[in-house]
Design a protein around this ligand. Structure first.
Ligand SMILES: Nc1ncnc2c1ncn2[C@@H]1O[C@H](COP(=O)(O)OP(=O)(O)OP(=O)(O)O)[C@@H](O)[C@H]1O
Length: 577
């Protein structure tokens, strides 16, 4: 299963919504840039007037006045551009920050089952590469495009108003320019994608060689790694050459159009002036306008290209929002804490049931051990009982309410899953713990850490609870990280805990130690322990044997051993190990 990618209609609708939300900001930016562009048009207009005045004979005062108007216009333009640029930049930053926040909140509320099925690679690529690509376009592109469009439009309108006949020549380079730009854009996206892919491959090879330096050395893989780097470099060179070739057509092509247009205006305008259809001043002004407009045209071409690439990224980002939620929270409150499964089925892939109709009632406060051969469905059952996945058949309820109808934050207060996977976030140890209970005091944190036998090493850390942990901070051993995860659970205070391999990373002695302290903490809670060591099962109130997606036996340890079934066989073989 892949994460969805939004189609162009959805991307358009999203962009339109974005523009609607920021209507007033956009209006302000457009107004400021319009004023700046109008001031920018004054220079050439004044020069045109000057030419006409000088050719027709004028006074020094008139010339002086025009010069003053010109200078004032330039100064005004400078000031206006400064404010217009500032407003545009602030706007770009604001929109991008909103986009990023919206995206993060979408990603963090994605159904876990979807993320697991889609794999995290795609999601990570969307959160990093795609967001980065979009960032450039939103922060700089959108404001620059607004400026370019406003300036081009105003300049063309002013030229046409001044002398439509002369202005026609401005467009002489347009058909050729359009042809070249279309030719370029068609080839640019795949070429630049190949270029990025080749750099990614080169980076990967080099990083891998450096990180695995000892292995490379030990196995004498040096020449082979060298050959891989050479091959990647050759590909990067070839990819770069293609984009370079594209640019060697685009740049001179556009430059030619830029040279052609003023020359055409000059010739054509000169002819018209000689025939009395236009004044020399108008021709001068339009020639200058034509020069002036080439900058914004360039900018527009550049951004069209960039925005095309950004649109593909936006489609991938908006696509994440299209993931359908796997649960809808209702407002019915559980009447008690009794967890029960009825006719529970689950299939990771349609038509391949892993659980085949499980019925299970957990008594409040009891401890159930789930045992069974590898692949029997123990973990899947555990995840269902913790409400991680919605069942594909049957139901799991707490106090009569299906788990998937509880708001997530409420659900975690009823039942939580503890697995081997636990992440230590970059930041203070205290913050890592407060993820479970925001308003916990330091004393609460200490109590939770003591409960999982972790206080001793935490107190010995350089800054105790304030110690920076996670990547780049004080490294925690896997067992310590596991204890942090368990302490979070103590703070979360769920009524029911599903422990899946929660203690398997610890060495057996430590595991037993931790389990003992845990059981003190878990007093009064319902516990489902997926048991990989049978001694856990021995300590439980009841044992459920899962085989082939069904519960084949369930009952207290002694009864099951006495019954002489599957569990008894497992138990005896473990004792003889
Ligand atoms: N994410 C998944 N996608 C597809 N199939 C899966 C997935 N996770 C588990 N399965 C399949 O579901 C079945 C039950 O797996 P599960 O992990 O629940 O068994 P288990 O009893 O916990 O095994 P173990 O003790 O080895 O962890 C297995 O056939 C497994 O291959």
């Amino acid at each position: 299963m892949k994460l969805p990618i939004a189609d162009s209609a959805a991307v358009r609708a999203y962009t339109a919504r974005l523009f609607r939300t920021h209507r007033s900001d956009l209006g302000r930016i457009a107004t400021l840039h319009t004023l700046a562009a109008v001031a920018g048009l004054t220079g050439p207009l004044v020069l045109g007037r000057l030419v006409d005045a000088v050719t027709g004979g004028t006074t020094a005062t008139y010339v002086d006045t025009l010069v003053v108007v010109g200078v004032v216009a330039v100064l005004t333009q400078t000031v206006l551009i400064r404010f217009a640029q500032r407003t545009s930049m602030v706007f770009g930053e604001k929109v991008f920050a909103e986009l990023r926040e919206e995206f993060i909140s979408t990603v963090t509320s994605l159904p876990l089952s979807t993320v697991e099925r889609a794999g995290t690679g795609d999601l990570v690529a969307r959160t990093t590469n795609d967001v980065n690509r979009l960032q450039h376009a939103v922060r700089f592109g959108v404001p620059r495009v607004i400026v370019a469009v406003v300036t081009i439009t105003l300049t063309v309108v002013a030229s046409v108003l001044l002398s439509p006949l002369v202005a026609v020549a401005m467009f002489v380079g347009v058909p050729g320019m359009l042809a070249i730009v279309r030719w370029y854009l068609k080839r640019a996206t795949p070429a630049y994608q190949r270029e990025s892919a080749s750099y990614a491959a080169l980076n990967g090879t080099i990083t891998e060689s450096v990180e695995g330096a000892r292995t490379v050395d030990a196995l004498r893989l040096g020449p082979r790694r060298q050959a891989r780097v050479d091959a990647d470099l050759r590909e990067a060179f070839a990819a770069e050459k293609v984009t370079l070739d594209l640019r060697t057509v685009l740049f001179p092509g556009i430059d030619l159009a830029f040279v052609l247009a003023p020359a055409a205006v000059l010739l054509w305008g000169g002819y018209l002036a000689s025939q009395g259809y236009a004044t020399l001043g108008a021709v001068t002004t339009i020639v200058m306008f034509t020069y002036q407009v080439s900058g914004p045209v360039w900018e527009l071409i550049f951004w069209v290209d960039e925005i095309q690439v950004a649109a593909t990224s936006l489609a991938r980002i908006v696509g994440v929002q299209l993931v359908e939620t796997d649960r809808t929270a209702g407002d019915v409150e559980p009447v008690d804490e009794d967890l029960s499964a009825r006719g529970l089925r689950y299939a990771y892939r349609e038509g391949h049931d892993v659980l085949h109709g499980i019925d299970l009632d957990l008594r409040s406060g009891e401890r159930l051990a789930v045992v069974g051969p590898s692949g029997a469905g123990k973990s899947t059952l555990g995840r269902m009982l913790a409400g991680i996945h919605p069942p594909t058949g049957g139901s799991v309820t707490v106090g009569g309410v299906p788990l998937v109808e509880l708001p997530l934050e409420d659900l975690r207060g009823h039942v939580a899953l503890v697995t081997q996977e636990h992440h230590v976030f970059v930041g203070e140890l205290a913050d890592n713990l407060r993820l479970a209970q925001e308003d916990a005091t330091d004393a609460d944190l200490e109590r939770a850490l003591r409960a999982v036998d972790a206080w001793e090493w935490v107190a010995a850390l350089p800054d105790g609870l304030r110690t920076e942990v996670g990547s780049g901070g004080t490294p925690l051993t896997p067992a310590q990280a596991q204890q942090v995860a368990l302490a979070r659970l103590v703070l979360l205070d769920p009524h029911t805990l599903v422990l899946d391999e929660a203690t398997s990373l610890l060495d057996p002695r430590a595991a037993r130690h931790l389990e003992r302290s845990l059981s003190a903490v878990l007093e009064g809670r319902t516990v489902v322990a997926i048991a990989h060591r049978l001694h856990t099962a021995h300590d439980a109130d009841r044992v459920a044997v899962v085989d082939g997606g069904r519960i084949t036996e369930i009952g207290p340890h002694d009864e099951l051993v006495a019954a002489g079934g599957d569990y008894a066989a497992l138990w005896h073989s473990w004792q003889h190990e």
